[in-house]
Ligand binder design. Structure first.
Ligand SMILES: *Cc1c(COP(=O)(O)O)cnc(C)c1O
Length: 388
């Protein structure tokens, strides 16, 4: 019986088992694999078999994780990396050449922005940003040398949404690749390939692990593209470790139940904080007051686990709020069982200029809260006492 249902696939698809028939996946901590004959090794190196060769290329644990994510994202194939940034950078390097141009939403992850602005000019690769709230700008930015459109939705940290179907239509019309960083939503809440994305990238460090233990990244999508990305990764070595893959495969088994609770807790907190006299704004995709509420309802199953609040009084008030929290810790991570708070302007996005920050909605009073799985009243009460 082969199920097409998310929870069953996340738990039962693609189990790699040894001859011992383990119920739970064993851990294959081996850098290399052996061959019975010289001919077997020759065949493996010439892609005539799928035998494991060396763990920089593939490993049973890494395969299990990658194949599971590919199934959950409805992708043909995938490849895993040591971190989300390794996945992003390797994808770019495999697909781009000197002279190429890419189009990205203006609010991208800080490190991705740094690659575009600091390192790509050295390689003669240029980029244009479209305003996240204005996808109609995209067509005007297309040049003959444009290779792909890249975006995140919901965006980090401003929690804005971009209509995947609209962008996919533009990409298709102009024969551009469409790449989505789906880290905030996870395949449980949103599957960009259903809307026409060619590649989907994840930092598995966030909700896929979900318990703040390991770094990981994964790219899934069209097989011919994945082959190029895999080859570049296999040669340059930003590979996922078997141990991290083993942890992440286990974590995927609980992704759906964790996301359900992240989302219901976040919606409860967002609704409870809306209208609070100490706040200028509360932003959460499934609040009716969110400017992109219609897009959120169209492409996301639930609103996700991240919300932002904007405190009155700017940076000073934000700092005071963070320092007064008792249970919720200050950290740059997100997507963890523990609620986490971040002040983007002074930390994750401090390398941007003030003007760049404001353009992507990062005001001095903006605070990102990754809502965890603690009892929702405890999360709310900590926030309320700190706001006082
Ligand atoms: C964290 C994050 C990344 C980078 O992932 P790492 O695993 O930290 O390298 C990329 N994109 C988004 C949206 C992220 O939140």
């Amino acid at each position: 019986m082969e199920s097409k249902n998310f929870e069953t696939q996340a738990i039962r698809a693609q189990m790699e088992r040894s001859e011992n028939n383990e119920h739970s996946a064993p851990l294959y901590l081996t850098s290399s694999f052996v061959f019975d004959t010289a001919e077997d090794m020759r065949a493996a190196f010439n892609d005539e078999t799928n035998d494991f060769i060396y763990s920089r290329y593939t490993n049973p644990n890494v395969n299990e994780f990658v194949n599971k994510v590919a199934i959950l994202e409805k992708a043909e194939a995938g490849v895993a990396f040591a971190s989300g940034m390794a996945a992003i950078y390797t994808t770019f390097m495999a697909l781009l050449k000197s002279g190429d141009h890419l189009i990205s939403c203006s609010s991208v992850f800080g490190a991705t922005h740094a690659i575009f602005t600091k390192y790509f000019p050295k390689l003669n690769i240029s980029h244009s940003y479209f305003n996240t709230n204005n996808v109609s700008e995209i067509e005007k930015l297309i040049k003959p040398e444009t290779r792909f459109i890249y975006l995140e939705t919901p965006t980090n940290p401003a929690i804005e949404l971009i209509d995947l179907e609209v962008v996919a239509t533009v990409a298709k019309k102009h024969k551009l690749l469409f790449i989505v960083d789906n880290c905030f939503a996870t395949p449980y809440l949103q599957q960009p390939i259903n809307y026409g994305a060619d590649l989907v990238i994840h930092s598995a460090t966030k909700y896929m692990d979900g318990q703040g233990r390991v770094l990981g990244g994964v790219v899934v999508g069209k097989k011919e593209l994945i082959n190029d990305i895999y080859l570049f990764g296999r040669l340059t070595g930003p590979s996922m470790s078997p141990f991290n893959a083993w942890v992440l495969s286990k974590s995927l088994e609980t992704l759906a139940v964790r996301m359900d609770r992240h989302c219901s807790n976040a919606l409860f907190i967002a609704e409870s904080l809306e209208g609070n006299s100490k706040l200028e704004n509360v932003s959460y995709p499934f609040l009716k007051s969110h400017p992109n509420y219609t897009i959120a309802k169209k492409q996301m199953k639930q609103g996700g686990g991240i919300l932002t609040i904007t405190v009155k009084g700017g940076y000073e008030a934000a700092k005071k709020f963070l320092d007064k929290l008792q249970m919720i810790k200050i950290s740059p991570n997100l997507g963890d069982v523990r609620s986490i708070v971040t002040h983007p302007a002074s930390s994750t996005h401090c390398k941007l200029t003030e003007e760049e920050r404001l353009r992507v909605g990062i005001t001095p009073g903006l605070i990102r809260i990754s809502i965890g799985l603690e009892t929702k009243e405890d999360i709310l009460n900590d926030i309320l006492q700190a706001l006082k």
